[in-house]
Design a protein around this ligand. Structure first.
Ligand SMILES: [Zn+2]
Length: 463
């Protein structure tokens, strides 16, 4: 068993610059799943392996016509004492919240190894369960190309109804079997492309945050290790419709690289900027009302187009003379945060959770820049070199058959909800994005939000 993921990932060169990669084995390819028993034995320090919990959800998953979870169980039957654990599910599907993680951990208690079979949310739960139980080994069998969160040590969990990236644990092994992935619903696989479109917006957010002293962890090599595959990904995406094995493999590899990059950087910032905050707000609204939301990655793809348009809008305003950065006071912003989130959660818990994080961001800005400062446009130009044009992103989504606008998501997101999510996305957490810069420059008024929505072709998004 290789000590590090396949040489194709070229992780060795990051070994000295980032944190250690806890992911010790990666198999990507047509028959990767068949190597699961060997991988579990190799990454588990227990010999024999002992009890293996197979964590999954109730969603059917097929590989060459066979039920994938049953296949996993049968493959592992010679390796250990296999026990199935099905995560809790409500009318809105599976939510990665404390109740679900606790129930899964209780059901898997006593297992020395954990094998998680599923897509992003189930993988997030699996990483949290393995951290909680301290299992000797955790192997994720990803069943869709849906997100980049399989290959890192963090989980997106719901805390007081708010999506929070929480340190959990690296999986020890990851399996991306292209014949299993080919059986995933196309919209779910296209969601992975959407999630990856964040590589064309989030790094610019991360870079400007770094240049403005709002993030200490910027790592250009982590950005490059994913971004270098951007053109290949945009070429591969339309081939996913035909279940092209090469396109599936390439997408799986880039998703893995993106996940590893987040783990190396110790932050999701290389792959998560303003586009993710917009998506998180849409997901929070859906979860709070216990209705399904569109796939995370599908929303991120659509929101990446919006984030690229916000960048364009801010750059235009800066070229037009907007340079003064004025930090609003806590007294101004606290009511804004309450107003944004109290309709979703009248108890105030969600608004309180958001305010705690947002207040930290304001405090850091004041500490580094005072109440009033001046933007150096050269810094904006520097960060903008990492962007892709909104039209290019939109065209890539269209060519692939993925949703390119909020109204095309399943279920669709209307103009009013889009306006709410875009206008308030910066208020949910302490990560600095282009939207925070727009606020400081005074160019995030209702008319600015409406201009971005109009440029996105979203009718009725005005104030
Ligand atoms: Zn994502």
């Amino acid at each position: 068993m290789a000590a590090v993921p396949s040489a194709a990932f070229d992780l060795q060169r990051f070994a000295s610059s980032g944190r250690p990669v806890g992911l010790r084995a990666v198999e990507i390819g047509a028959d990767a799943l068949l190597r699961l028993p060997d991988m579990v034995s190799a990454v588990s320090s227990a010999d024999p392996v002992g009890r293996v919990a197979v964590l999954t959800d109730g969603v059917p998953k097929k590989r060459l016509g066979a039920e994938a979870t049953a296949l996993v169980t049968s493959l592992l039957s010679g390796t250990g004492d296999v026990r199935g654990v099905t995560v809790l599910s409500g009318p809105g599907g599976v939510h990665a919240d404390e109740r679900t993680v606790a129930a899964a951990a209780a059901a898997a208690a006593g297992a020395s190894s954990l094998v998680t079979v599923g897509s992003g949310t189930v993988a997030d739960i699996g990483k949290a369960v393995s951290a909680r139980l301290g299992t000797a080994a955790h192997v994720i069998v990803q069943t869709a190309l849906s997100v980049n969160g399989y290959a890192d040590d963090q989980s997106v969990l719901l805390v007081d109804g708010v999506k929070r990236t929480t340190p959990t644990r690296w999986p020890d092994g990851l399996i991306a079997d292209t014949q299993l992935l080919a059986g995933a619903p196309l919209p779910l696989n296209l969601a992975g492309v959407g999630d990856l479109l964040a590589m064309f917006t989030a790094p610019a957010d991360w870079r400007i945050a770094h240049l403005l002293d709002m993030d200490d962890r910027y790592a250009g090599d982590v950005v490059a290790m994913v971004r270098d595959h951007g053109p290949a990904l945009l070429r591969a995406a339309p081939l996913l419709r035909d279940r092209d094995p090469g396109a599936i493999e390439l997408t799986a590899k880039v998703l893995t690289l993106s996940g590893v990059g987040m783990g190396l950087a110790g932050t999701t910032a290389p792959a998560s900027g303003a586009e993710h905050t917009v998506s998180h707000l849409l997901e929070m609204a859906a979860a709070r009302e216990d209705r399904p939301s569109a796939y995370h990655g599908a929303q991120v793809g659509v929101a990446a187009v919006l984030a690229a348009l916000v960048w364009r809008h801010v750059r235009q305003r800066v070229r037009g003379g907007a340079r003064v950065l004025r930090c609003p006071s806590d007294d101004q912003m606290r009511p804004a945060v309450l107003a944004a989130f109290s309709s979703l959660d009248p108890s105030g818990a969600m608004a309180g959770e958001c305010w705690r994080d947002y207040q930290r961001k304001l405090a850091r800005w004041r500490e580094r820049h005072g109440q009033v400062d001046q933007l150096d446009p050269a810094q904006l130009d520097d960060a903008a070199r990492l962007l892709e044009q909104p039209d290019v992103l939109r065209a890539a989504l269209r060519r692939s058959g993925a949703p390119a606008r909020p109204g095309e998501l399943d279920p669709p997101v209307d103009a009013g909800m889009t306006r709410w999510a875009l206008a308030n996305c910066h208020l949910m957490r302490d990560r600095f994005t282009i939207v925070d810069l727009a606020v400081l420059l005074g160019v995030w008024q209702p008319a600015d939000v409406a201009a971005v929505l109009a440029a996105a072709g979203i009718a009725g998004g005005g104030p």
